[in-house]
Design a protein. Sequence first.
Length: 137
Amino acid sequence: MRSFVNEFRTFILRGNVVDLAVGIVIGAAFGKIVDSLVADLFMPIIGVLTGGLNVAGLTLTLYGDAALRYGAFLQTVINFVIIGFCLFLVVKGMNRMRDHFDRLEADKPPTVTTPTEKLLAEIRDLLKDRTPGERGA
């Protein structure tokens, strides 16, 4: 039982698990902000542009109380597009930053090896190649 608890603790405290948890919490909060943005700002503007139509409240009655709420679906699609666009911008920015750092790394002048360093590298390589028990002459 003790090793299970230790193994679980090691798993939970790994950086990527904590990063994932933080990402999920921030993503949920961001989703709520986008929901509010669409419901409270965009949809009323769309309603004004369509002559006062409440797009989110659009339904198609099938039978009795059964109805398709396609307006709510449309609002969810708008949420998805906004979140997808924001993620696209984040990934695009990260790729641009990575490319910038890669170019900086490529532009660095190559390190110059001194004659002493070359000689020490040769000695190291010769020592590596020696078989056990072999002695120098």
